[in-house]
Design a protein around this ligand. Sequence first.
Ligand SMILES: Nc1ncnc2c1ncn2[C@@H]1O[C@H](COP(=O)(O)OP(=O)(O)OP(=O)(O)O)[C@@H](O)[C@H]1O
Ligand SMILES: [Mg+2]
Length: 282
Amino acid sequence: MESSMEPGARPEQRVLAHTGYGRRRKLATPATQEAGAIRVGVTGKTGSGKTTVTALVAMACASRGLRTLAVDTDVSPNLGISLGLSQAAVDQAREVPRALVAGWGGGAVTTDQLVTSFGTTTPSGVTLLHAMRVSDDPGGCWCPAHASSRGLLAAALDGEADVALLDLEAGLDHLERSSGTVAHTDLLLIVMEPSRKSSVTAERMFTMATRHGIERVALVGNKGRQLDPVTFHDAARGFGIPLAGIVPDDPGIVEADRAGAGISLGDGPVLAGINEVLDSFL
Ligand SMILES: Nc1ncnc2c1ncn2[C@@H]1O[C@H](COP(=O)(O)OP(=O)(O)OP(=O)(O)O)[C@@H](O)[C@H]1O
Ligand SMILES: [Mg+2]
């Protein structure tokens, strides 16, 4: 991918120039060599399964040969565990320094260096970046950190990844600010459990996403049991957005979480549900 960076421009500005940032783009797989990096934000109610879905989608992308970046923006990061890292490895992973991400070190650091220096390769081949940590506590508001995730996400795709997935923290904050992290994603996946509370939160998130001009929003039904597809389909229809796929309630996921181990795509209904999600945006 050729650089269109003006002298003195920051890497983020260069990325914006080449990705047609802010415009809706037709996404293509690298297999076709038609460019096409996609930034996917994953949001939803607390405990709905954002981290689980992010990890599964990331692993499925990697298994399709896509260079996949998973960015953990949670103040208490645990995406690495779901991606198969040990707790020790997660604890040792270098977090991207706030100043570097926010200001890009005055252009001193290229995206390549960023990923090489701060990315952790996980067993599934997904590269993990920790956008911030509790140890970075700015003492009150997390706003600068969220703005940083945006910069990180944009720059990470500067030829370094085909897909970047953002595991967003629970809550509506990132959707509330027009400069919030998700305003810079190409697609927002709202994860919903089959519960009224989850559906109400999903609707609020959808409304805010629309208000902030996010054009592509889709629902992912998670922890689906026998009759739940009807609930997910009804919810998506009610919001007027597509249902990207349904991930079943899976004892293997529960067991892995209980053991603090990585989750697996398997070769059954979980894989089928995640493939549906991938096929909806790739
Ligand atoms: N498809 C599934 N089948 C069974 N259990 C699931 C599934 N998805 C998630 N879970 C379980 O639900 C719980 C919450 O999942 P997860 O941590 O992914 O949610 P989250 O939205 O990221 O939570 P938080 O808001 O705390 O970040 C975990 O115990 C996880 O194992
Ligand atoms: Mg989470």
